[in-house]
Design a protein around this ligand. Sequence first.
Ligand SMILES: C[S@@+](CC[C@H](N)C(=O)[O-])C[C@H]1O[C@@H](n2cnc3c(N)ncnc32)[C@H](O)[C@@H]1O
Length: 321
Amino acid sequence: MDKDAYHRPVMVREIVALLVRREGLYVDGTLGGGGHSLAILQALRDRSFERGSFLIGIDQDRNAIEEAEKKLAAYRATAKLVRGNFREIASVVNSLRESCRISKPVAGILLDLGVSSFQIDTPERGFSYLRPGPLDMRMAPDGDKRAEDIVNKLDERELAEILFRFGEEQKSRKIAGAICAWRREKGTITDTQDLAAIVRNVVRGKDPQIKSLARVFQALRIAVNDETGALENALREGAGMLAPLGRMAVISYHSIEDRMVKRFFREIAADDWGPKGVALREPLQRANFRVVTGKPLTATKEEIDENSRARSAKLRVIEKK
Ligand SMILES: C[S@@+](CC[C@H](N)C(=O)[O-])C[C@H]1O[C@@H](n2cnc3c(N)ncnc32)[C@H](O)[C@@H]1O
């Protein structure tokens, strides 16, 4: 397999520059094919931080762990890869800290959200509207809820709510209605192509169809994997784990995630001025964090030309004071 065939990591230069600044423990919460982790480990070596550093890579997909194990084989002594959900990033890291006797302070955390190219391009995983496959969409293949369960078991109102909330799909009600009509007429919807056909019947025109298909599949994927719930927890636990001057970097690919990251970073980087209307000279409490990236960083044109996935990437970084 060529080096980026599993997944081509985005904004690697930016991640290395903003994240790898000192010795310590680095946590890659979204290991994928290990591209970012490899770049972090290489940078730690190049900067002579390797002896005082360690990397923990987490992914909920065992394929990712297997792939990254190969890519990071040269770094066995300084990296440990583990299957787990970043929703529980603190307990995953703490139990490894104990079993591997790692006492280093947490210097950097990376979350590169969403799915890998390998996951999208594997038809049996059911993530893509372009490929026939089962309506699955679980990132952890042993997860108990599939997209099929949502599409076939929820009522029209609940379905519309998911398509609107997680896909920001304006035709959510019509599409939910069409899904329920199909179920009544033809039975269970099991294939990505049946769902795609339903969406195409509701939305006319090639461009609007493509956008709605992307939004509907995104919404189901987010719901199946409870991506927003996992992110919310990981942000809070991750920030709580950082040592002074440690940084957390998050790359998001759609506005729902980016908004969550932006709001959370703003909230923890704000001084506490007490209740509104009370004039204070000093804040009740100074914030323990500093936002490093006022506006999110985006990929360069050159990178986007080479990797279309980088087009929607937004990188935000926060630092513990
Ligand atoms: C965009 S890819 C990461 C690619 C990686 N940065 C690289 O260089 O190859 C996202 C990865 O995060 C994993 N993932 C998504 N949500 C997760 C979660 N809640 N817990 C653990 N892994 C998760 C996915 O399984 C996928 O492999």
